[in-house]
Ligand binder design. Structure first.
Ligand code: GDP
Ligand code: IMO
Ligand code: MG
Length: 424
């Protein structure tokens, strides 16, 4: 019986909720931080002491010198991008080699997976997903097809396997008549990345994690993307290709469900989405533009405009149920500081029908709003819940009441320090 626990920190909307910031804040309380899903499609921002980092494959616990960080088996990893990311951290003075382990079972993203990602998107035309172009879908498809290359493969005679898989991809691309690309430079860096990765501890991380649990250690599972981008529970087909929900923690790290402790569900005080797909609360007006500008809602990976809208309780309640969220963390309330009215979507309506449950097809539904007076105060300077404006407290209380889940942490700015613990 496991003595330690795995707490999960999960984005419960469309990603970019602020997971990186909170994992960084939480790390001192844990022994190990582990990523269980996704790859370089993620962009997790961490800001402290005037420094800013955007992590993609490396867990956000990496800035705490004494802690082990793990890239779990549920992740996909692009050696060239991993090398660039790791070297940037090394240049900033962080020694990764002693405290970053990579699962041998994680799958590799090949340069040709990225070309396939682009080719499949181009073939979809207007129905494209709007992927990050990092080869995520093709790499996970390869895994499901049982033809993938794994991190453990680079420890052995790797090149023939690589060449065979690449040849198959090139054939698919020819069949699709997608020929306008050149992977020469990418492949060179990718192979350098493979060499670089060999210098790290490539490990049976599921065994490491289970022995850590047996020793009573505490593990923080860092989510990537969000519940509505989950391959099963998201707005399919406009989703990513991995299990981003709490179940993904077990499969993506090899830890038992009985070891799961707290499930932190993280969301913003409003909603955003990058890429295509249904988004009932999307604002196409000046208000949406203002949220984007004030919240700096531009993709951390692709720089694309994030689509913005009001908070969506239909989505939140659904995600809380799917993940078994025990505590909510609300980010970026400060972005709404100047709004005289703040709206919350409490239901969806279509053709005279109203639902508070997430519909199978979220396309075509319009939000039903409840309005709240804005707090019109500068939250960024606050350091205690005692100083919260009454209107902000009412907003928080309404969300708690509607979700039956406590909001235990409120973030009021991007810096590590701008994080407020609430008493329950
Ligand atoms: P992640 O992918 O979930 O880690 O989130 P991202 O890093 O992609 O996006 C969150 C963005 O919001 C980053 O630019 C953070 O620096 C910023 N951020 C996080 N928390 C807050 C907050 O409470 N207020 C404000 N204004 N910005 C925040
Ligand atoms: P973090 O971890 C926001 C979106 C893409 C696209 C869809 C599929 O930073 O929250 P993919 O490249 O995964 O095949 O793209 O998912 N997407 C994200 N959106 N945050 C992310 O990660 C995302 N990762 C993927 O924009 O719509
Ligand atoms: Mg992000």
């Amino acid at each position: 019986m496991a003595k330690g626990k795995v707490d999960a920190l999960l984005g419960i909307v469309f990603g970019d909720e602020g997971k990186g910031k909170v994992v960084d804040v939480f790390t001192p309380k844990y022994d190990i931080v582990a990523r269980f899903a996704g790859g370089p499609n993620a962009g997790h921002t961490i800001i402290f002491d005037g420094k800013k980092f955007v992590l993609r494959s490396i867990p956000s616990g990496i800035f705490d010198e004494g802690k082990l960080n793990i890239i779990g088996n549920g992740c996909v990893i692009a050696p060239d991008l991993f090398m660039a990311e790791a070297q940037e951290l090394e240049a900033a003075g962080y020694d990764l080699h002693s405290r970053l382990h990579i699962s041998r079972r994680a799958h590799l993203i090949l340069p040709t997976h990225r070309v396939l990602d682009r080719a499949y998107e181009a073939a979809k035309g207007a129905a494209r997903v709007g992927t990050t172009g990092k080869g995520i879908g093709p790499a996970y498809s390869e895994k499901a097809s049982r033809t993938g290359l794994r991190v453990g493969d680079i420890e052995n005679d790797f090149l023939p396997k690589y060449e065979a898989l690449k040849a198959r991809h090139l054939q698919i691309l020819r069949d699709l008549s997608y020929t306008d690309f050149d992977i020469t430079e990418d492949e060179k860096l990718w192979l350098q990345g493979v060499e670089y990765m060999r210098q790290f501890t490539l490990a049976d991380t599921e065994i490491e994690l289970n022995s850590a649990l047996a020793q009573g250690k505490h593990i923080l599972a860092e989510g990537a993307q969000g519940t509505l981008l989950d391959i099963d529970h998201g707005t399919y087909p406009f989703v990513s290709s991995s299990s981003t929900v709490c179940g993904g923690v077990c499969t993506g790290l090899g830890v038992p469900p009985t070891a799961i402790g707290e499930v932190f569900g993280i969301f913003k005080a409003y909603s955003t989405r990058v890429g295509s797909g249904p988004f009932p609360v999307e604002l196409f007006d000046e208000t949406g533009d203002r949220i984007r500008q004030i919240g700096h809602e531009y993709g951390a990976v692709t720089g694309r405009n994030r689509r913005c809208g009001w908070l969506d309780l239909v989505a939140l309640r659904y995600a809380i149920a799917i993940n078994g969220v025990t505590q909510l963390i609300m980010m970026k309330g400060d972005v709404l500081d100047d709004f005289p009215t703040v709206r919350v979507c409490v239901a969806y309506q279509k053709d005279g029908q109203v639902t508070t449950d997430m519909p199978y097809d979220t396309e075509g539904w319009a939000p039903v709003y409840r309005d709240f007076p804005g707090w019109q105060a500068d939250l960024t300077r606050l350091s205690s819940e005692k100083d919260f404006p009454e209107a902000f407290n009412r907003y928080i209380a309404f969300i708690e009441q509607e979700t039956h889940t406590p909001i235990t942490i409120v973030s009021v700015g991007p810096d590590r320090a701008q994080t407020i613990q609430r008493t329950r």
